[in-house]
Design a binder for this molecule. Sequence first.
Ligand code: GLA
Length: 346
Amino acid sequence: MIGFFFVVIIIAFLNSLSNARNTIAQTPPMGWMSWELFRCNIDCSDKTKCISEWMYKDQADVLHAEGYKEAGYLGVHMDDCWEANTRDPNTNELYANTTRFPSGLAELGKYIHNKGLKFGLYTDEGAYTCGGYQGSQHNEELDAQTFAKWGVDYIKVDGCTSNLTYLKEGYKKMGQALELSGRDIEYSCSYPAYMTTTEDKKPFYEFIMDGCNEWRNWWDIECKWDSLSSIIDYFGNASHILAPFAGPGHWHDPDMLIIGGNCITNIEEETQMAIWSIMAAPLIMGNDLRKVTTDSKEILLNKAAIAVNQDPLGQMGVRIVNKDNNYDTQIWYRNLFNGDIAVAFY
Ligand code: GLA
């Protein structure tokens, strides 16, 4: 009985925190991100394949024109390697590489917004990003203001080249800076992925207090089944620990969808769509939208899966499993707002 009251009090506490923080990300974010396939490709001999304004505009065009936007995929998320090698010597602001982004990021932001889409960007709580570009360490306020000025709607804040002591301070500082920036900027924190500990030891309440709207818990996904299945197992093992901390405004992020990346089978793609939906995970595609096959596109646009993912109750599904079968078969379930229960068989 005491245990039950304790859980009720914790849940009420978390709800009050998220209410106090903001109303951003009431359902998991949906969109497209460059990292999985385009990595840090700065060789623009083919302008449409490098980290450049041309490539992002192309992807925004497809999101807008080919039914993704209507399905809810709104974010065009730039990842690492957009930055110039230095900060602006006069203002100390970050700015984009001028050869690959000659129009500047404010203009790119406008382009994305004019398509009715959202502008996602990347930085890091270290002095440098994972790709070795300028990071936001000690410049949180200035950078949050710069992002707001450019019309950024979502910022992924990575944790390379720093240490856990600074990350603890830095993510909090960035959360406050975003709050003060005057713009609703969704805040994706990679901090938990850099903690060398298990999920039951991670202070999720602290990430929520810092204003994180979602956080990466674990390793980067790679475009292959082994990687995808290890992520499903990891989150499945931890699902009962993680579920109480997910909800409107704060989500666990198992990393991008690899559907449409031409690296797993259609059945495996369906598996990812189902598990990500039932987990209330961000649905951020890591493909090249210009090359997605009809079959993969059908999976990505599956209305029922998306409805489960975006259900307003925001409950993260959990795995119930018979360990004796070595997790070869799994059942996941999740309560929905209207009283229904969504179930996924793996
Ligand atoms: C880390 C992140 C990735 C990506 C790269 C960019 O590895 O986990 O998602 O952002 O950095 O350099």
